[in-house]
Design a protein around this ligand. Structure first.
Ligand code: SAM
Ligand code: SF4
Length: 359
């Protein structure tokens, strides 16, 4: 066992939120597979290891954030137990995210152990890149095969504006270190914002092509109370695609990750261009993922507030995962059929910040 100083002293007073009688538990646990009420197989866990971050991106966080007290955050051992339970139940892909996962102390300890879980085929991480220069080699050695790095602009002044505190040069050095470390794939994630970075979409694709990276453009989602004018900054995947087609030949690809991304290939390059379109395309029918937050809330749907609380179970049963596994299976009964972010960009239907839920 790892001797982490954040070992919990007390079980925080969070209510259990198992499916209510009005929401019948109809999930099946067949052959180690999680299947929800609508027949969707859950094979992908997005695990947030911290709500903290060294950036304050305007679409993700408020300028002044208060973060969770340590005792309310899953320890790394608890993160491992949660992931192990999911993998035992048929999950084959785990993405470690946050907040910023690389600001979590000892996160490499966790990644090394996740990589060794029997049955786990893909261990990936999403990062803002600020610590990548320092961590790239260790992540690769730990068994992380692919990394997503958020990059909304190639202009240092804008980067500072969008992230409020970030240093572009540091992230670019992190990307170079990741390329040198030899990951299978690197992908850039770009949130599209009209008037803030939409004039850089072509330049960002060129940057990706030159380096053999993938790039995904993300429509901004209305999560958390931020009020930075989403209604006016919203930029759709359709418009982005049309703009990219003025310079690049894009061939539709059949590849899918079971999520909101649709991919295109640029012939004669190694680059795939993805569009993540929670607004303009409904991807719920093929949804294969669930999220666990840094405080152990299991959210079966990003766009819905129903959750199961895993942290009290972990702490009430420190050496037995039976209750944890039961809660995970039962959570299939509250996975919503779909979400609808609608057109109300500045009035979030979901009150959580993205940094809380795990992007
Ligand atoms: N800190 C890491 C990072 O920035 O990559 C990981 C966590 S972050 C919450 C994960 C992803 O969510 C990032 O690519 C970020 O751009 C995206 N994101 C955050 N808030 C968003 C929003 N409101 N709409 C769309 N994407 C968002
Ligand atoms: Fe931090 Fe990532 Fe949110 Fe930006 S998007 S504030 S880097 S968690």
């Amino acid at each position: 066992m790892r001797n982490e100083s954040s070992t919990p002293e007390a079980v925080p007073a969070v209510p259990l939120a198992f499916p209510q009688p009005t929401s019948p538990v109809t999930a099946r646990h067949a052959d180690g597979t999680l299947i929800d009420r609508y027949g969707r197989h859950v094979t992908y866990l997005r695990l947030s290891v911290t709500d903290r971050c060294d950036f304050r991106c305007g679409y993700c966080m408020a300028e002044e954030m208060s973060f969770l007290p340590r005792a309310q955050v899953l320890t790394l051992e608890e993160c491992l137990r949660v992931a192990r339970a999911f993998v035992d139940l048929g999950v084959s892909k785990v993405r470690v995210t946050g907040g910023e996962p690389l600001v979590r102390h000892d996160v490499v300890w966790l990644l090394e152990r996740l990589a060794r879980l029997p049955g786990l085929r893909e261990l990936v991480i999403t990062t803002n890149g600020s610590q990548l220069e320092r961590f790239a080699a260790a992540l690769c050695t730990a068994g992380v095969r692919r990394i997503n790095v958020s990059l909304d602009t190639l202009r240092a002044d804008r980067f500072r504006e969008i992230t409020r505190v970030g240093d572009l040069a540091k992230v670019l050095r992190g990307l170079a270190a990741a390329q040198a470390a030899g990951f299978e794939r690197l992908k850039l994630n770009t949130v599209m914002m009209r008037g803030r970075n939409d004039d850089e979409l072509l330049g960002l694709v060129e940057f990706a092509v030159e380096r053999g990276m993938d790039i995904a453009f993300i429509e901004e989602m209305p999560l958390g109370e931020i009020g930075h004018g989403r209604q006016t900054s919203y930029f759709s995947s359709e418009e982005a695609l049309a703009r990219l087609q003025t310079r690049f030949r894009l061939l539709p690809s059949t590849e899918t990750t079971g999520g909101p991304a649709r991919y295109w290939r640029i012939p004669d390059t190694a680059t795939r261009v993805g569009f993540i379109s929670p607004h303009s395309h409904n991807f719920c029918d093929s949804c294969n993922r669930v999220r666990v937050t840094a405080r152990g809330e299991l959210y079966p749907c990003l766009g819905n507030n129903d959750a199961s609380q895993l942290l009290p179970l972990l702490r009430a049963h420190p050496t037995d995962d039976t209750a944890l596994r039961t809660a995970i299976v039962r959570s299939m009964g509250i996975k919503a059929k779909g979400h609808d972010f609608g057109n109300q960009m500045d009035a979030p239907q979901v009150i959580r910040f993205m940094s809380m839920t795990g992007g």
